[in-house]
Write a protein that binds this ligand. Structure first.
Ligand code: ADE
Length: 315
């Protein structure tokens, strides 16, 4: 896909778990380049393998363009590993929420497209042809930082460096379950008490999805009164840099979850969304909603409570 024309790095756009994401130019196209340091070569391999699985080209999954191995520009230094994807100027949902608020319609569009992406990732698509079979995939680091927004606020899921692929008949080959971002870890992950089945990993993603839905609600204009500044989930409970013990205390022992605001109670759509969040982050993993179920609910709720369905308040 990539020609011999080199890619020009323009500026650092984001820093993540692995190296940095650059805004870059490839001929006339703006692309994103994620640069992995040499010790993270394995994440680069995992991530490109996942993007190249069948059916991974999807409106709500970040578009993969290519991968390159580069000799470092610094003499004597090691290789670096590039992953080239579509570039989205708005960046991550987390960054967007820090500086923008959402109308109810915008919240609905983001929530719907984000859960469609997660549903597609989790879905197994059977096929007679082995080169068309899509295995179920667990993300394992789902959070607002790893959801990108396109120019029209359509969400797409990114960062598959920790993802697990469930090929039938093969063990998923994972040796440790406690990976991902502490703040978004489900209670069973914090406790180190997960069983290593496919469904257990998909349910862990759904817990995190509930937290991201809460982040959307906190910045939505459908609530009454002033919109509070953006806060991470559990920021009020554990602050900016929680330890594993802080998260265990909060999520496992006290069984706390992000608080619903009184100012949401005036909007039937937000009330319904709170029920969905609660069913995503249930302590009992088996009671959590699946991604397809959340997607359907949000689609239905957004239709029911869209601006046009409400009686006009203006007399
Ligand atoms: N931040 C992380 N990945 C990105 C991308 N592909 N486009 C824009 N910002 C990003």
């Amino acid at each position: 896909i990539l020609s011999n024309r080199p890619i020009q790095l323009v500026e650092v756009k984001a820093r993540g778990r692995y190296g940095a994401v650059w805004k870059a130019l490839h001929k006339k196209d703006t692309v994103a380049v994620k640069i992995f340091p040499p010790q993270d070569k394995n994440s680069w391999l995992v991530e490109q393998d996942i993007y190249q699985l069948p059916h991974m080209q999807h409106d709500n999954i970040l578009s993969f363009i290519g991968a390159e191995k580069h000799a470092s520009v610094i003499e004597g230094a090691k290789n670096e590993y590039w992953l080239i994807t579509a570039y989205h100027e708005y960046g991550s949902l987390c960054d967007y929420l820090k500086s923008n608020i959402l109308t109810w319609d915008q919240l609905c569009h983001i929530a719907q497209s984000m859960t469609s992406g997660l549903m597609h990732l989790h879905e197994e698509i059977p096929s007679e042809r082995s080169d068309q079979y899509k295995p179920a995939i667990a993300h394992r680091d789902f959070k607002s930082n790893n959801v990108l927004l396109k120019y029209d606020l359509t969400a797409c899921i990114a960062d598959f460096g920790l993802a697990l692929v469930f090929q039938p008949g093969k063990s998923c080959g994972d040796t440790h379950g406690q990976v991902g971002t502490r703040r978004y870890m489900a209670p069973e992950v914090l406790e180190g008490a997960i069983n290593f089945s496919r469904d257990a990993f998909l349910r862990i993603d759904m817990y995190a999805c509930g937290l991201v839905l809460w982040e959307l609600a906190t910045r939505c204009t459908a609530q009454q009164g002033a919109i509070p500044d953006y806060k991470l989930p559990f920021e009020e409970e554990v602050g900016q840099h929680p330890s594993l013990e802080d998260m265990q205390e909060c999520v496992v022992h006290k069984k706390l979850r992000p608080a619903f605001k009184d100012s949401w109670k005036s909007h039937p759509g937000l009330i319904a969304l709170c029920d969905t969040m609660e069913e995503c982050w249930d302590h009992d993993a088996e009671a959590r909603l699946s991604a397809s179920c959340v997607m359907e609910r949000i689609t239905w709720q957004c239709r029911q409570y869209d601006g046009t369905a409400l009686p006009s308040l203006a007399q």
